[in-house]
Write a protein that binds this ligand. Structure first.
Ligand code: HEC
Length: 115
């Protein structure tokens, strides 16, 4: 019986070591996809076109090339940081680095130009 408990503990220890290493591998790298999923997707949708709720509030379509061209990174950083009309401010929740990473993510949602 004691043996089982002991092996159980060893297995748990190994698991926590593996997890620790995995999370370590991601340090310095911001998981903007995860943040977007947790904080932004409910209004902006995974593809950036906006959920029903988001469109009611007036979200722009991130997948629209014209919209992408009409805004600067600085403006987007400011809008996410301080909020903009119905868009909630994120400065208390996210770091500047995370917000910048999210702006890069928003840019990725732009339609690819066909060549
Ligand atoms: C409660 C719904 C809601 C959530 C949650 C939300 N947004 Fe928004 N977002 C909006 C709305 C509404 C607008 C349009 C604001 C306007 O111009 O009237 C907007 C606009 C924006 C814009 C364009 C700003 C500009 O200058 O035109 C960006 C970029 C953006 N959101 C990113 C994000 C990111 C990143 C997150 C998550 C951290 C997020 N949003 C979470 C509702 C939301």
């Amino acid at each position: 019986m004691k043996k089982i408990v002991f092996y159980g503990l060893v297995v748990m220890l190994l698991f926590s070591l593996v997890q620790f290493n995995l999370s370590n591998a991601f340090t310095g790298k911001i998981d903007y996809k995860k943040i977007f999923e947790n904080e932004c997707q409910k209004c902006h949708e995974r593809d950036g076109k906006g959920t029903k709720r988001g469109r009611k509030l007036g979200v722009p379509n991130f997948a629209d090339a014209k919209w992408q061209a009409s805004v600067t990174d600085e403006q987007l950083i400011k809008s996410i940081t301080n909020g903009k009309k119905k868009m909630p401010a994120q400065k208390h929740r996210l770091s500047q680095e995370e917000i910048k990473a999210l702006v890069r993510y928003v840019r990725i949602l732009a339609p690819r130009k066909r060549r």
